[in-house]
Design a protein around this ligand. Structure first.
Ligand SMILES: NC(=O)c1ccc[n+]([C@@H]2O[C@H](COP(=O)([O-])OP(=O)(O)OC[C@H]3O[C@@H](n4cnc5c(N)ncnc54)[C@H](OP(=O)(O)O)[C@@H]3O)[C@@H](O)[C@H]2O)c1
Length: 319
């Protein structure tokens, strides 16, 4: 059983704790907040057996925790990850992993030196339908990929964290990291950002971002759109020379459908589990990897996280 400690008792931490109730491989054994009453209330509501820690340092130093799930605002991921890694604690860090490629490099340098497991909680990379789509492509079912597109939008523009530059708000860092991971998954790592348009507000926050990517050899093009102002269909399409795969909700895969070029449905797979179940896979993947002595999650290797961080730097510089 992997003993997980939650660092930061916020919105996503509550969902994750609920999703792991009764799990046979992973248990929430500790929760840490900057405020004791908040941690106690969180534990009572979501994981009553967990030990309560006041302050993140205490959790990082606890011998009863195997992996710390970092669920603080974006600009704190680096500081909190380093705190845990220096205590030889394995970490699963919420997306966006950190605020720059330099921070990502530094985390992996410290982790490698200590033999500590680190993974990015890019939950979409760990789900079975994502892996099945990759298998379809590897088996040549749509031929060589030529075009990838996806959109991801939620009407969340009043969420304070997303409106704060200090906390790393904005549509790209909140949602664009998913579309970028989608692009890398299906176009490969050898891609570059060719165009960015962001609708920024006076605070400097990008409320909507559209961007394009292309493969270095010019054979593939990708177009992406993210917004914190509207509930979009959140769909994606990967088009190959012999067919296409349609994704119903690229953030919480519900269905993937394989079509011929003339739109005949050839294959389909559905995830009918409760959406909270989507968070379980990343934790079970960490449990498996750590039990094998790995310091990376095969579903989300360090090279992918570094590449996303590098693209994030470019997109944000081009806004
Ligand atoms: N995978 C997903 O589906 C998903 C969904 C939503 C968010 N996320 C990611 O998860 C992270 C947290 O997002 P969230 O929506 O859960 O945020 P949130 O509700 O604002 O919670 C963040 C928590 O971080 C802690 N914290 C530490 N320093 C803070 C500071 N200076 N200001 C505010 N909070 C601070 C607080 O916990 P204490 O007060 O207990 O210390 C707070 O409750 C973000 O990186 C976000 O991108 C992922």
């Amino acid at each position: 059983m992997l003993r997980v400690g939650i660092l930061g008792c916020g919105n996503i931490a509550a969902k994750v704790a609920d999703s792991l109730k009764g799990n046979k491989k992973v248990a929430i054994c500790g929760v840490a907040s900057r405020e004791r009453t908040k941690a106690k209330k969180f534990a009572a509501a979501h994981c009553p057996d967990a030990k309560v820690f006041t302050g993140y340092e205490k959790l990082a130093q606890s011998p009863d925790i195997d992996l710390i799930y970092i669920a603080t605002p974006n600009t704190y991921h680096y500081e909190h990850a380093i705190l845990c890694i220096k205590e030889y604690k394995n970490v699963l860090i919420e997306k966006p992993f950190v605020m720059s490629k330099a921070e990502a490099d530094s985390i992996f340098f410290e982790a490698k030196n200590r033999g500590v497991f680190v993974a990015e909680a890019m939950w979409t990379s760990y789900v079975p339908l994502h892996k099945l789509a990759l298998e379809w492509i590897a088996a040549g079912r749509i031929g060589a990929v030529k075009y990838v597109t996806a959109n991801l939008g939620y009407d969340i523009e009043t969420v304070p964290r997303l409106n704060s530059t200090v906390l790393g708000g904005g549509s790209y860092l909140d949602l664009g990291v998913y579309t970028t991971n989608f692009a890398l998954s299906f176009m490969g790592d050898d891609i570059k950002v060719s165009r960015v348009f962001a609708r920024k507000v006076s605070s400097g926050i990008d409320r909507d971002t559209t961007y394009s990517m292309e493969s270095e050899d010019g054979s593939m093009l990708g177009n992406f759109y993210v917004t914190m102002c509207a509930d979009t269909d959140r769909d994606g399409v990967v088009i190959g020379e012999k067919g296409k795969i349609r994704f119903s909700n690229i953030n919480n895969y519900r269905k993937i459908s394989l079509y011929s070029p003339d739109d005949t449905l050839l294959d389909e797979a559905i995830d009918d589990k409760d959406y909270l179940h989507g968070y379980v896979y990343e934790f079970e993947s960490c449990a498996d990897a750590i039990s094998k002595g790995l310091i990376q999650a095969p579903d989300m290797p360090w090279s992918r996280t570094i590449k996303i961080a590098q693209i994030n730097d470019t997109v944000r510089a081009m806004m």
